[in-house]
Design a protein around this ligand. Structure first.
Ligand code: 2AM
Length: 476
C-alpha cells in the first residue's frame, strides 16, 4: 500500500512530526538528503508505526498515494526553495507540497503562485509547540487551497493537540494565511515573555525576593486567570539551580536575549500594515537592547545604576499590582496581535476567523493559556469585534487592573527598572481612550513645514493655512 503522506527533512522537528503522524495511524513516507539520517530514523523509530523509507527523492515521491501530500521540513529560505524545485518535476497535477517551517508569509505567497502555475498546490503550514509539541501534539496553522486542506486536514487534525475534543489545527485561509498567523503568534509570544520578564525584574528589584521565592509567586499566579504554559515555565526556570555553581540558573545565564526573526517580521509587517503592535515592538527592541553589550557597558560606566531613593511598597499589594499590570498589559498585547491578524486578512483577502485562531492556540503552542479561551468566547459573542480591549470580560479586567498597572509603572520609573512593555501598553490604552490626541499639533506642524494639509474636526474638507503669509486658511 502507498503512504498516506510524505515527509522530507528528518532533523528533530521533521522526525517528530513524522513519528506523530505514524503514531496516529498514517503510513508515512520518509526521506532525507543525507540517507543515513533516514536509515537511522527507521532504526530508532521504525516500530512506532508504518513508515516507508526511500533513499531517492524519485522513490519517495512514487511511494505516496495521489494526490500526494509532501511535507518539507528543511531550513527556511534557500534550502526550502532548493527542495521544492527538486520536487516539482516529480509531481503530478493536484499534488500538494507543504512547508512546515517558519517561512516568511511573503515567501509562501511567492511559492504558492509558482506552484499554482504548474497545477500544484503549495501549503504554508505554521507549527507551534517546539520539538515536544511536534511529537506530542502541536498547534497547526494551515494555509493554502481548500483542495489541499481536504487532503491534509484529517491527518493534521489528528496529530494536533486536542482541547475539549477540539483539534488545535485549522485551515486558516488561502496561500500565506497560515504562515502569517504563525508569525503573529510568535510576535505575541515575544510580548508575553517580555511582560513576564518585566514582572520578574520588578518583583525582584523592588521587593528583593530570591528567584526561588519568585517561582512560588508565579506558581500561585498559574492557579488563576494568568494560567499558561509560559507562566508555568517561568516558575520552573526561576526555581532551577545551576549545577556547577549552585547559584540560581537565571543569575548565571548571559543576559542577552537572542532572536530568530519572527518577532522582527511581525513588527516589520505591522509597520507596513499600519497596525500599532506596540507590545510586540517593545519586546523585540528590548531583546536588541539587551544584546548591545558595548552601549550597555558605556552607559553603566558613565552613569552607573539608576540612583533612586527606592520605593516603599507593601509587599502583598505590590505583588497583586504587578499581577494586575501583567494581565492588563497582556490583554493589550493580544488585542494588538489580533488587530494585526484582522488587518492582514483584510489586506490579502484571506477571510481569517480571529476566534478560530484563539481556539487553536489553546493547546499545543507556546502561548497556550486559559486566557485564549476568553478570547475565543469574545469573538464567538461578537465576530466583528473592533478591539478585544472593549469586550466586556477584558474591559472589566483592564478596569480592575488599571490602578495597579499605573502604580507599577510609577514604581518602576522611581526605582529605575525598565518596563518598556508595561509602560507602552499603558500609553496605548491611554491613547485609545483619550478625548483629544496631540496628533492635531502634529498635523499643524506638517502643514506648516510641508503644506501637507489637514482636516478639521468641525467641518468637512481639506485645508491649508498660509503659514508664511497672512495665516489665513484656504481650501486645499
Ligand atoms: P541533511 O540531513 O542532508 O543535512 C535540517 O537541516 C534538515 O534540512 C536536514 O534534514 C537537512 O538535510 C535538510 N536540508 C538542509 N538543506 C537542504 C537542502 N539544500 N536540500 C535538502 N535538504 C536540506
Amino acid at each position: 500500500a502507498k503512504a498516506d503522506i510524505g515527509l522530507t527533512g528528518l532533523a528533530v522537528m521533521g522526525s517528530n512530526l513524522a513519528r506523530n503522524m505514524a503514531r496516529n495511524g498514517s503510513t508515512v513516507a520518509v526521506h532525507n538528503r543525507t540517507t543515513s539520517k533516514m536509515t537511522d530514523f527507521l532504526d530508532q523509530h521504525g516500530d512506532e508505526g508504518d513508515f516507508v523509507g526511500s533513499e531517492s527523492l524519485e522513490d519517495f515521491v512514487a511511494s505516496i498515494e495521489k494526490p500526494r501530500a509532501i511535507i518539507v521540513m528543511v531550513k527556511a529560505g534557500a534550502a526550502t526553495d532548493a527542495v521544492v524545485d527538486e520536487l516539482t518535476p516529480l509531481l503530478d497535477e493536484g499534488d500538494i507540497v507543504v512547508d512546515a517551517g517558519n517561512a516568511h508569509y511573503e515567501d509562501t505567497l511567492r511559492r504558492q503562485q509558482a506552484l499554482e502555475e504548474k497545477g500544484l498546490h503549495f501549503v504554508g503550514m505554521g507549527v507551534s509547540g517546539g520539538e515536544v509539541g511536534a511529537l506530542e501534539g502541536p498547534s497547526i496553522m494551515v494555509g493554502g487551497s481548500d483542495h489541499a486542506y481536504e487532503r491534509l486536514g484529517p491527518i493534521v487534525e489528528k496529530i494536533a493537540a486536542q482541547v475539549d475534543g477540539t483539534p488545535c489545527a485549522t485551515h486558516v485561509g488561502p496561500d500565506g494565511a497560515g504562515h502569517f498567523v504563525k508569525m503573529v503568534h510568535n510576535g505575541i509570544e515575544y510580548a508575553d515573555m517580555q511582560l513576564i520578564a518585566e514582572a520578574y525584574d520588578l518583583l525582584r528589584s523592588v521587593l528583593g525576593l530570591s528567584p526561588a521565592e519568585l517561582a512560588g509567586i508565579f506558581r500561585e499566579w498559574n492557579e488563576g486567570e494568568l494560567e499558561s504554559f509560559l507562566i508555568e515555565m517561568t516558575a520552573d526556570v526561576l526555581e532551577h539551580e545551576d549545577a556547577e555553581t549552585g547559584k540560581p540558573f537565571v543569575d548565571v545565564v548571559l543576559d542577552q536575549a537572542e532572536q530568530k526573526g519572527t518577532g522582527r517580521w511581525t513588527v516589520q509587517t505591522a509597520l507596513e500594515l499600519g497596525v500599532p503592535v506596540t507590545g510586540i515592538a517593545e519586546a523585540t527592541f528590548a531583546r536588541s537592547v539587551s544584546g548591545h553589550a558595548e552601549q550597555r557597558a558605556a552607559a553603566q560606566g558613565k552613569f552607573g545604576a539608576a540612583q533612586t531613593a527606592g520605593v516603599e511598597v507593601d509587599k502583598e499589594q505590590f505583588v497583586s499590582d504587578v499581577r494586575d499590570a501583567l494581565y492588563a498589559a497582556k490583554v493589550v498585547a493580544y488585542a494588538q496581535g489580533f488587530d494585526q491578524i484582522v488587518e492582514g486578512s483584510n489586506t490579502h483577502d484571506w477571510d481569517v476567523t480571529p476566534g478560530d485562531m484563539a481556539t487553536i492556540w489553546r493547546g499545543g503552542c507556546i502561548i497556550r493559556a486559559k486566557f485564549l479561551d476568553r478570547i475565543r468566547e469574545a469573538y464567538e459573542a461578537e465576530p466583528d469585534l473592533t478591539t478585544l480591549m472593549t469586550q466586556d470580560f477584558f474591559a472589566d479586567a483592564i478596569e480592575q487592573g488599571e490602578p495597579g498597572w499605573r502604580r507599577v509603572v510609577v514604581a518602576a520609573t522611581e526605582s529605575g527598572v525598565p518596563v518598556p512593555a508595561f509602560a507602552s501598553s499603558l500609553s496605548y490604552f491611554d491613547a485609545l481612550r483619550r478625548d483629544r490626541l496631540p496628533a492635531a499639533l502634529i498635523q499643524g506642524l506638517r502643514d506648516n513645514f510641508g503644506a501637507h494639509t489637514y482636516q478639521r474636526a468641525d467641518k468637512d474638507g481639506t485645508f491649508h493655512t498660509l503659514w508664511a503669509g497672512d495665516k489665513s486658511e484656504v481650501d486645499a
